[in-house]
Design a protein around this ligand. Structure first.
Ligand SMILES: [Zn+2]
Length: 406
């Protein structure tokens, strides 16, 4: 029996389902007003579980109660280091009464596991853990090192991924599989995002005498009316992609006054709006900055006496792309064929992920591939199909063995 066949035979679907359900049952919604609502319990579970399997485990304190957990197998001196990456935080469940199955009950019904985080992404994380464990149990020798990373704060500011990039084990990474729910498609491209927080500053005045002031709200109205033009300009700069929707510019937040009490007869001194700007590969941060600067200038020009400035919230997350010739991509393509008996299906990631940070900060190739429907994250009745979950674990094991083949 080949090493690969042995490792695949050691992936136990029941063990994988049980681990996924255990992870879903540990709520890990981060609630800023509740210091105990974070990733600590699920991270501790991953740590305990991987230590019990005999892995070397490193715990990185990213913030109080918010640790990254990294479990390693193999020898870094023997070759490249491959990361299987998942995040431990989940988004809010919303109104539990709106769910068919309790959001943290991990119900198993009709071949699916239900719950908040079932797809995004405790399934992908469990599949990565089980794949690594199967490789370890198979006794396969690796030309390099396999690391499973359970990171914090993907749904927030991606503090876990940013922290990882500053640590020795992070800087030693050669490539990463991002186990986000993408229907087990191989995604080589991810859209980027910039949240442009725009501040318009004018002059306070009485609402009955607008000529005495300069209304920042009017400037924001001009900016928002002009958003389709910014979108068209960005579309012209970005590469067309078969797998990604073209760039979009979407106003998502608007606020005025920025300070003080809202009053119907007072023109405020300042107003703010946020534009959610999505990008496809092509332009660099400087080029995107210039386009948003221009849009702000046009809005200011439309409203004498008002200045319009913007800053990126949480910096730039540019779109990413890797080539099909990358050894990691080739390993994944072979793994999909071996496990499913069919050629790889290609896809694209509509938003940014921890992989965006790894690609931007470390320059390493990333492939996003994991169980769960692409559109199901953050919805009520989130679920993952068990068959897809098992395939994912098998694909990860086969890809890791190919990539780290002696
Ligand atoms: Zn996710």
């Amino acid at each position: 029996m080949s090493t690969l066949t042995r490792a695949l035979s050691l992936i136990d679907p029941d063990e994988l389902v049980a681990l996924t359900r255990d992870l879903v049952r540990i709520p890990s919604v981060v609630r800023p007003d509740d210091p105990s609502a974070n990733e600590s319990a699920v991270a501790a579970h991953v740590e305990r579980w991987m230590r019990a399997q005999g892995f070397d485990v490193e715990v990185q304190d990213v913030a109080p109660g918010r640790p990254n957990v990294l479990a390693s197998l193999g020898d870094r001196a023997a070759g490249p280091t491959l990361l299987l990456e998942g995040h431990t935080d989940v988004v809010t469940e919303g109104d539990p009464a709106a769910w068919t199955h309790p959001p943290f009950g991990a119900a198993l019904a009709d071949g699916k596991i239900y719950g908040r985080g079932a797809a995004d992404m405790k399934a992908g994380l469990a599949a990565a853990l089980i794949a690594a464990v199967a490789i370890k149990r198979s006794g396969a020798s690796l030309a390099g090192r396999l690391v499973v990373g359970a990171l914090v704060d993907e749904e927030g500011d991606m503090l876990g991924a940013k922290h990882l990039c500053t640590t020795p084990i992070g800087r030693e990474l050669s490539a990463a599989i991002i186990c986000e729910p993408e229907q087990n498609e191989l995604c080589l491209e991810q859209r980027g995002v910039v949240w442009a927080r725009v501040t318009a500053r004018g002059r306070m005045a009485h609402g009955a005498m607008p000529e005495a002031g300069a209304n920042p709200i009017t400037a924001l109205a001009a900016l928002i009316a002009d958003a389709p033009r910014l979108e068209r300009r960005l579309r012209a700069l970005c590469a067309r992609s078969r797998y990604l929707r073209p760039p979009t510019v979407t106003p998502t937040v608007i606020a005025a006054p920025v300070a003080g009490v809202p009053q119907s007869n007072v023109i405020p001194a300042a107003a703010q709006a946020t534009l959610d700007v999505r990008l496809t590969p092509g332009p660099d941060a400087e080029t995107v900055t210039k386009e948003i600067d221009e849009a702000c200038r046009r809005a200011a020009d439309a409203c004498p006496g008002v200045s319009v400035e913007w800053t990126p919230v949480n910096g730039f997350r540019l779109a990413t792309r890797v080539e099909r010739t990358e050894p990691l991509v080739r390993a994944m393509v072979g793994a999909v064929r071996k496990v499913t008996g069919r050629p790889a299906r290609w896809g694209g990631v509509p938003g940014s992920t921890d992989g965006t940070i790894l690609r931007m900060e470390l320059g390493i190739p990333i492939v996003t591939c994991g169980p769960g429907h692409r559109l199901i994250p953050h919805q009520v009745d989130e679920h993952v199909e068990v068959a897809e979950l098992v395939d994912a674990a098998r694909i990860y094991a086969a890809a890791a063995l190919a990539y780290l083949k002696p």
